[in-house]
Design a protein around this ligand. Structure first.
Ligand code: MN
Length: 321
């Protein structure tokens, strides 16, 4: 997934300043962004006043959309660096191609995990013959400085661990929840989990007090720590919790995102995460005029052109661990 904004701004993210040291309940509303094809997403991160949750640096929620009569999602080849992308579907299919030669259809409740490391390019599209509905989330995880230049990789995991409690079935997408760990490769302590709650059920989800968390509602209506959430909204929860009370008004699906506060400062622009403005500028130039990011084979159409470069921060200030 790519940011199709014609003039994306550069953001400095990370560090301790925004991290709440205790439990909070901060409702985040989405803004709409266009992805390519008919797909309009609700962007939850980065958000006004809230740029990261642990290492999670980007959260888009889309659908459910009826795409029976159109091409659905069509995101041409575009580059990434310094991050991982997570594709998570509830309905539909996404065909992923990348410059490593991966060609993979990702289906509901399967993990598509792409580690960009120093450089990768990919395309994402609804297959020509596709199911009527498309509903999912696209997430980015920032890589810590020590690992951000690792070799690019793509993983596809169809068997993910489950954590169950009365009225609750949680699928661990990435990281660890209540001792259950996803097979997806991680580079910092974090969790991403899909929570399915039956109508009327109540549950207390075990959390790590050292992590900060947020919950996104994919479908249904649930009270999260007493706050009723509708689909497409996210509640930032801060840290310092060992349990999270959930009460489902209807059959509901939530995404739990959390992690150790990401103490490094990063610069995010377009599809890149870097540490200096110079690196971001170089990545843009390399995408437009070199083969650093490789070629996505099999995609019919032109790759995305990089937007114009805005004024960039020279460096992300703050602690580098
Ligand atoms: Mn992408």
């Amino acid at each position: 997934m790519s940011d199709l904004d014609n003039a994306p701004i550069a953001r400095v993210c990370g560090g301790r300043e925004e991290v709440s040291g205790g439990p909070v309940r901060e409702l985040l509303n989405p803004r709409e962004a266009h992805l390519g094809g008919s797909t309009v997403v609700r962007r939850l991160l980065p958000n006004l006043g809230r740029r990261m949750v642990g290492a999670w640096a980007f959260v888009d929620h889309y659908g459910p959309d009826d795409i029976a009569d159109d091409a659905g999602m069509q995101v041409p080849p575009h580059p990434h660096m310094g991050l991982q992308t997570v594709s998570w579907l509830h309905d539909g299919e996404v065909l992923h191609r990348d410059s490593l030669g991966s060609v993979q259809t990702v289906r509901p409740r399967e993990l598509g995990l792409m580690t960009a490391g120093r450089a990768i390019a990919h395309s994402e599209q609804s297959p020509v013959a596709h199911p009527r509905l498309l509903h999912g989330a696209q997430l980015w995880v920032a890589l810590p400085d020590a690992d951000r230049n690792v070799a690019p990789a793509f993983e596809h995991h169809t068997e993910l661990p489950q954590v169950t409690a009365p009225g609750l079935a949680a699928t661990v997408i990435l990281g660890t929840l209540d001792g259950a760990t996803s097979p997806g490769t991680t580079h910092s302590p974090l969790v991403g989990a899909d929570l399915a709650l039956a109508e009327g059920s109540e549950a207390r989800l075990p959390l790590e007090p050292d992590f900060e968390y947020a919950v996104l509602t994919m479908s249904g209506a649930t009270h999260v720590d007493g706050v009723r959430l509708a689909p497409g909204t996210m509640l930032y929860l801060g840290s310092g919790r060992d349990r999270l009370p959930l009460r489902a008004v209807s059959d509901s699906a939530l995404l739990l995102l959390g992690g150790e506060p990401f103490e490094e400062k990063i610069i995010m622009w377009w599809n890149f995460v870097g540490r200096t403005g110079e690196e971001i500028k170089q990545a843009r130039e390399d995408w437009m005029a070199s083969d650093r990011f490789g070629t996505v084979r099999g995609y019919e159409g032109d790759p995305l052109a990089a937007p114009e470069l805005p004024d960039l921060p020279l460096k992300a200030r703050g602690r580098i661990r």
